[in-house]
Design a protein around this ligand. Structure first.
Ligand code: FES
Ligand SMILES: [Fe+2]
Length: 423
């Protein structure tokens, strides 16, 4: 439970808010790279409660500007994208990717150049990686070093999908942190397939959790002792403020969930599905991703809303489906998030022991806010974090070893994927 004031502090993301200012310190996933074609339509992007346009100029470079034209605020999403710049359709002023006004044709010809040079245009540094355009919206002269996450160079057959959810970003992130819901919310819907490991796990055994605190968040292992003396570990990583690296199991691809605040009440849930051992398996596409909507930029748009109680199927529940939310397991997450209201009121919560990860994470965020107010970069951004070494993995290892010693990028022979491959 939080006070109302604290709930506001960690949820609200607009300019000038403590969390909003801190999140602007990060390179932020903004839109899909392929949405931007050379001289193509600019993409309207809403992030952290502000509106922008992204575009790819004639020479292939990317521009990222405030949406409103600096002249009289017409949307530059309507602009012509031509000859290395966006030309506003209202009066023809033109802006290049560096955020310079290069033409203002409504001004007298002899003064035009000097006038244009003084027009203040807000533009932002951008990068491209992992199929995404990333933007730095912060105030510092130099952005922090760019991330080099594993999913920045994904296997060719990885998938990237997005769902737009009517809920504050933090309730999405907290849903990812919360392992206790797996055996309830997803008990019918979670994709699964019989494996050697599954049959070794004793029925009903609950995992024990162990953590390593990191500068950027934490690494967590859910550990189960197997009858043969080995240990089955599901190791995941949480990178503050909104990245969750989740291991595959039973031959599933592992995935990375990135929950980016669109504004206080809406969030973009980006899902990377990665299979380092081959293509994303057909059975996974056909079961786990089945019954999603067709739009990869908003694949859960057909989930319904509170007015229809998200089309919950009570007959199916009577027949054994746990949630009655019939599309697939990620829809269940989105719907539960939305059901809390646009900004969950954490002053009304009553937390139990299974919520300790959430409590830890909130403390971590408050600590970061405190340090940020003193001028520090949050989440280890000011130090030498090796983001490329972050990975989630499901693995079986001998009981006399420690999961903390396992190299996730060079796992030993008893790595879980070998068990799968042998099937
Ligand atoms: S509003 Fe854009 S040129 Fe006038
Ligand atoms: Fe979930």
């Amino acid at each position: 439970m939080l006070s109302r004031e604290d709930n506001e502090r960690i949820t609200r993301v607009g300019p000038g808010t403590p969390m909003g200012e801190m999140l602007r310190e990060l390179w932020t996933p903004a839109c899909r790279s392929e949405a931007l074609e050379v001289d193509g339509a600019p993409e309207r992007v809403r992030l952290l409660g502000e509106n922008f346009v992204a575009f790819r100029a004639t020479d292939g470079r990317l521009g990222f500007l405030n949406e409103g034209c600096p002249h009289r605020c017409a949307s530059l999403a309507l602009a012509r994208n031509e000859e290395n710049g966006l030309r506003c359709i209202f009066h023809g002023w033109k802006f290049n990717v560096d955020g310079v006004c290069v033409d203002a044709p409504t001004e007298p010809a002899d003064k035009r150049e000097a006038f244009a040079a003084k027009v203040p245009v807000k533009s932002y540094p951008v990068r491209e990686a992992g199929g995404m355009v990333w933007v730095y919206l912060g105030r510092r002269e130099a952005p922090p070093p760019f991330y080099d996450f594993e999913f920045h160079t994904p296997p060719a057959e990885s998938l990237l999908r997005c769902a737009v959810v009517h809920g504050n970003w933090l309730q999405g992130v907290e849903g990812q942190l919360d392992s206790a819901h797996l055996n309830f919310l997803h008990s019918t819907s979670a994709p699964s397939r019989g494996t050697a490991v599954r049959s070794m796990i004793q029925d009903g055994s609950e995992p024990r959790f162990e953590f390593i605190d990191t500068e950027y968040g934490f690494r967590e292992a859910a550990l189960r002792d197997l009858p043969d003396g080995s240990v089955y570990a599901r190791i995941r990583e949480v990178v503050a403020p909104y990245y969750s690296f989740i291991p595959g199991a039973d031959g599933q691809p592992r995935f990375v969930v990135v929950i980016v605040p669109i504004d206080d009440e809406w969030s973009a849930h980006w899902y990377y599905y990665l299979n380092p051992f081959g293509p994303v398996p057909d059975w996974y596409r056909n079961t786990a991703l089945d019954r999603s909507g067709p739009d990869d930029n908003d694949f859960a748009a057909d989930r319904g809303s509170v007015s229809t109680i998200w089309n919950q199927d009570r007959d199916a529940m009577k027949k054994g489906h746990w949630s009655g939310l019939m599309q697939n397991f990620v829809y269940e997450d989105f719907i539960v998030e939305e059901s809390m209201g646009p900004i969950a009121d954490r002053s009304q919560e009553y937390l139990g022991s299974s919520d300790s990860v959430i409590t830890r994470f909130r403390k971590f965020l408050f600590e970061a806010l405190k340090n940020h107010a003193r001028g520090e970069l949050p989440f280890g951004l000011g130090s030498d974090v090796d983001y490329s070494a972050i990975r989630a993995l499901a693995i079986r290892y001998p009981g006399n070893e420690d999961w903390r010693d396992i190299d996730l990028f060079d796992p030993p022979d008893y790595a879980f994927q070998d068990i799968d491959a042998a099937e």
